[in-house]
Design a protein. Structure first.
Length: 298
């Protein structure tokens, strides 16, 4: 096939080292340009500057009896963040687990940047999230990013890179969402899907703030946002004991006038080891009461 025919057929692939100018597609034939690999070495000063500007990702994982899921999750975090060279720190908050959650975390701490925080007794997701975020703040500077995710290996860590990109582009909080085009939800029962969707519609109507998924635990925050929230509320930033704490965090952040955004998530509930720890009806009831209270406050 001649070069001209290729262009007429819309093909713009050429042998290695040659590319076609975009203008070619519009019929203006030019000689192909040859790409010459550019090799340069950053000066030490530039390298140091880049290292300083790179944001660290601190991943806080609330974990209660996650023995079946934790190894796969930790390995997936490492596999997602190490190849692109993202500096990171994982913080596992073991909430009085009675299985091997803590010893698994200790084992992985020998081979990756991981810190274990322990509750002697089970205190619930609220207290665990609070302690996870506090610990994450201690390990971050204001321009770093704090990520929270379930420790049940249903939230794919590869998405952290995309969330990070959104932070880079100007968002303050980025939510891994089940309600954005392109999202997939696998293995969740129809009843639970219906409830989650109902909650999303109700919350969108009552609290229009650019968020569709108010309840998912997988989020990225600028560390400066978490710091400001603790400065303002103290430990009351997370004063809801149950799973509704995730929703409450977003409602409390409204006052800071933040830019919140979402990225579509593939939720692999089909890969979850063990049953959900969420008590669905109790959480639904507590959430409804909370929504009413927060709506009336403003
Ligand atoms: N700290 C703490 N974390 C919990 C508790 N129950 C569940 N979790 C954690 O909260 C996250 C969400 O729980 P999960 O079972 O994944 O709920 P689901 O995804 O909504 O079905 C997981 O990381 C759990 O380990 C609890 O009593 N205390
Ligand atoms: Mg989960």
């Amino acid at each position: 096939m001649s070069r001209t025919t290729k262009i007429q057929k819309g093909l713009d692939l050429e042998p290695d080292g040659v590319w076609l100018d975009a203008r070619d597609r519009y019929g203006c034939i030019e000689e192909p340009h040859t790409i010459r690999p550019v090799s340069f070495r950053m000066s030490e000063v530039t390298q140091a500057k880049h290292a300083r500007l790179r944001r660290k990702v601190v991943v806080a994982l609330p974990a209660y009896n996650e023995e079946p899921n934790l190894p796969a999750l930790l390995e997936a975090i490492r596999d997602a963040l190490e190849p692109p060279g993202v500096p990171y720190q994982v913080i596992v908050v073991d909430d009085g687990s009675t299985d091997a959650t803590a010893s698994i975390a200790r084992r992985y701490a020998e081979e990756m940047p991981l810190m274990l925080v322990r509750h002697e007794r089970n205190q619930g997701l609220g207290a665990t999230l609070r302690d996870g975020l506090r610990a994450a703040l201690e390990h971050s500077s204001p321009r770093d990013v704090i990520v929270t995710m379930d420790a049940d290996a249903t939230h794919p860590p590869g998405l952290i890179l995309r969330m990070l990109q959104h932070i880079e582009e100007g968002f303050d909080v980025v939510i891994a969402s089940r309600f954005q085009p392109g999202a997939r939800v696998l293995g969740v029962s129809p009843l639970r899907r219906l409830m989650t969707r109902g909650a999303s519609l109700l919350l969108r109507a009552l609290f229009p703030m650019g968020v569709r998924d108010f309840t998912c635990g997988y989020r990225a925050y600028r560390a400066s946002v978490v710091e400001a929230a603790f400065r303002h509320y103290g430990d009351d930033f997370i004063d809801q004991a149950g799973f509704q704490c995730m929703l409450d965090v977003l409602l409390k952040l409204r006052r800071f006038g933040l830019v919140m955004g979402e990225v579509p998530m593939v939720l692999r509930y089909d890969q979850k080891g063990g049953a959900s720890k969420m008590r669905v009806w109790r959480t639904a009831w507590a959430s409804l009461r909370l929504i009413l209270r927060r709506r009336l406050e403003r």
